[in-house]
Write a protein that binds this ligand. Structure first.
Ligand SMILES: NC(=O)c1ccc[n+]([C@@H]2O[C@H](COP(=O)([O-])OP(=O)(O)OC[C@H]3O[C@@H](n4cnc5c(N)ncnc54)[C@H](OP(=O)(O)O)[C@@H]3O)[C@@H](O)[C@H]2O)c1
Length: 263
């Protein structure tokens, strides 16, 4: 019977990095979990998270597709979702014209389409119940034009903006929307994005994903609007607000251009 009274958290992209740490925090906090990612490592993550005592259901699914998100919704099965952490995301380096279109589209479909579709479905139920917490993993990348990561930064600009808009639309309800905005974090992200030869990808001083997740998790629980993880990133975010876009784009080129890590 105890299972019946545990809150439920849904975490996407929970197989590694920031998402795994978000799921771990929720598990430690007494949530049952539904977790999803698109590779088999999600099953290993499930085993690790089950150690915290709650029920953990894992789904290996491609969340860049409506059909994939529908599979996740079917697993949730109309249960009350107390916390949704929409975190799954992909990066992609190199010049836009040199990117493979399928890969670029996968970034858009994962970071934007799948994310907002899932949020719409889950948030409608939350609004009906007048209760729920949503955390979207955006990025400080959304605050600057991402030369040599143009599509990715564009998707994060979308999410950073979307989070504030949805938050405002729901302000008279018991549903909160928070946006976690990490800077460079030490996860598999840069390897998967093909950016290990860039200055940002090779930076040995990236943030610890556990620290980043904790900042986001706390912001979600407090119902805060957005949170930038880390002092250096807070400074960068503040500077981005008063720096011309052309200058930001040039700065981004310096850290994200292929080969910049070797200079
Ligand atoms: N690392 C950074 O510097 C940084 C900075 C700012 C924001 N972020 C954001 O933080 C979030 C988490 O990234 P991370 O840094 O923790 O990287 P990560 O270790 O690569 O984790 C990404 C997670 O998203 C999942 N995912 C990606 N595409 C998916 C898809 N189509 N369907 C289902 N799951 C998918 C991955 O699952 P699989 O392993 O199964 O593919 C993985 O669990 C992303 O939204 C990213 O944009 C990262």
């Amino acid at each position: 019977m105890i299972d019946d009274i545990r809150p439920l958290a849904v975490v996407t992209g929970a197989s590694s990095g920031i998402g795994y740490e978000l799921a771990r925090l929720a598990a430690e906090d007494g949530y049952d979990l539904v977790i999803a990612a698109d590779e088999p490592a999600i099953v290993e993550a499930q085993a690790g998270l089950e150690r915290h005592g709650g029920k953990v259901e894992a789904l290996q699914v491609d969340l860049s597709t409506v059909g994939g998100v529908d599979q996740l919704l079917a697993l949730i099965g109309g249960r009350q979702v107390d916390a949704l952490m929409a975190n799954a995301g992909r990066g992609l380096g190199h010049g836009f014209l040199d990117q493979d279109w399928t890969e670029a589209r996968f970034v858009i479909d994962t970071n934007i389409t799948g994310t907002v579709y899932l949020i719409q479905k889950v948030a409608r139920d939350m609004r009906d119940r007048d209760r729920g917490r949503i955390l979207i993993t955006g990025s400080i990348a959304g605050l600057m034009p991402g030369s040599f990561q143009a599509v990715y930064n564009g998707t994060k600009a979308f999410l950073d903006s979307f989070a504030w808009a949805l938050r405002n639309e729901l302000k008279e309800t018991g549903v909160s929307v928070s946006c976690l905005m990490p800077g460079a974090t030490d996860t598999e992200f840069f390897e998967r994005a093909g950016m290990l030869d860039t200055k940002v990808g090779a930076d040995p001083k990236k943030a610890d994903p556990a620290d980043v997740a904790l900042v986001g998790y706390r912001a979600m629980q407090k119902g805060e609007g957005d949170v930038v993880a880390g002092f250096k990133n807070k400074l960068q975010a503040a500077m981005a607000a008063v720096t011309p876009q052309s200058v930001l784009a040039e700065q981004h080129r310096k850290v994200a251009e292929p080969g910049s890590g070797e200079r």
